[in-house]
Design a protein around this ligand. Structure first.
Ligand code: ATP
Length: 256
């Protein structure tokens, strides 16, 4: 067990956003989080990262309630790439990535060789070496997204939580990022809208609708014609891909 949620409920005012959500990740797996707009994906990821507290239920890391884990320990262990992450505009790319080392350092400790290697490796993995010394302000949306991912990797986490990380990326970088995440020896929880990408890369999927878990299982178990109609209101043909064997979803041209 890595990150788990045990019957968590979370509200904004009197509105229930997440309703008795339970699941457990398996170490090293890539768990995809799917659901229509407004179903609660971002809210759930923010709770998993410890940025919000559930009103009922508990989030645990290796069985320990995260409310009893210090912020520093959480930050050494769990990286979160938010959907609309912002960064101080005066920094260079490498400075942003160096911020990922912050949880591993004490206030007065010197920058170590280990820090340097972690930053270099993270820039390399995120395909950002060529942009290392560029000003943040000069980056495109997709490059900023990749720099945020490099920062998360520099953190050397055991768990990484990503909220629609492929949003701004061209197709080459979408596939590169998802391949990278699925190949890393990390537990990842990743919100995705692209169902074919979820099918290709994730080990298991969870589907949310109106704050409730409505399906959980392998891509083959979850991404059925019936679920696509019931949850996403689309008609589609699903068959194993000839390229990778995972479900391939082909949509009809009209949504219901
Ligand atoms: N600050 C807020 N005040 C009121 N309601 C909010 C607030 N933030 C989110 N919500 C509501 O919570 C619900 C879940 O939102 P959330 O962003 O978690 O969904 P999501 O599945 O990530 O959506 P999307 O796919 O559009 O990114 C939505 O109904 C949204 O309107």
């Amino acid at each position: 067990m890595s990150i788990s949620a045990d019957t968590i409920t979370w509200k904004i005012g009197s509105k229930t956003i997440l309703d008795q959500v339970s699941f457990a990740t398996r170490p090293g797996e890539m768990l995809g989080l799917l659901g229509p707009n407004g179903s609660g994906k971002t809210s759930l990821l923010r709770l998993l990262a410890g940025l919000k507290r559930p009103h009922a239920g508990a989030i645990s890391l290796d069985g320990q309630n995260i409310q009893s884990i210090s912020r520093k320990t959480m930050a050494q262990r769990v990286a979160f790439v938010e959907q609309h992450a912002t960064t101080n505009a005066n920094l260079r790319v490498v400075d942003v990535v160096k911020l990922g080392r912050f949880p591993h350092r004490s206030m007065f400790s010197a920058w170590t060789n280990e820090d340097e290697v972690a930053v270099d490796q993270a820039l390399e993995r995120a395909g950002m070496v060529a942009k290392r010394d560029h000003a943040w302000q000069s980056l495109s949306g997709g490059e900023r997204q990749r720099a945020h991912i490099a920062r998360a990797l520099a953190q050397a986490p055991k768990e990484i939580i990503l909220d629609e990380p492929t949003n701004h990326l061209d197709v080459q970088h979408q596939i590169a990022l998802l391949s990278l995440i699925s190949d890393l020896p990390l537990t990842s929880v990743i919100a995705l809208h692209d169902l074919n990408h979820a099918a290709m890369f994730c080990d298991r999927l969870i589907v949310l609708k109106e704050g409730r878990v409505v399906a959980c299982g392998t891509p083959e178990e979850v991404l059925t014609k019936h679920l696509l109609r019931e949850i996403f209101s689309i008609d589609a043909h699903v068959e194993p891909s000839q390229l990778h064997g995972r479900p391939l979803i082909q949509f009809t041209r009209t949504a219901r």
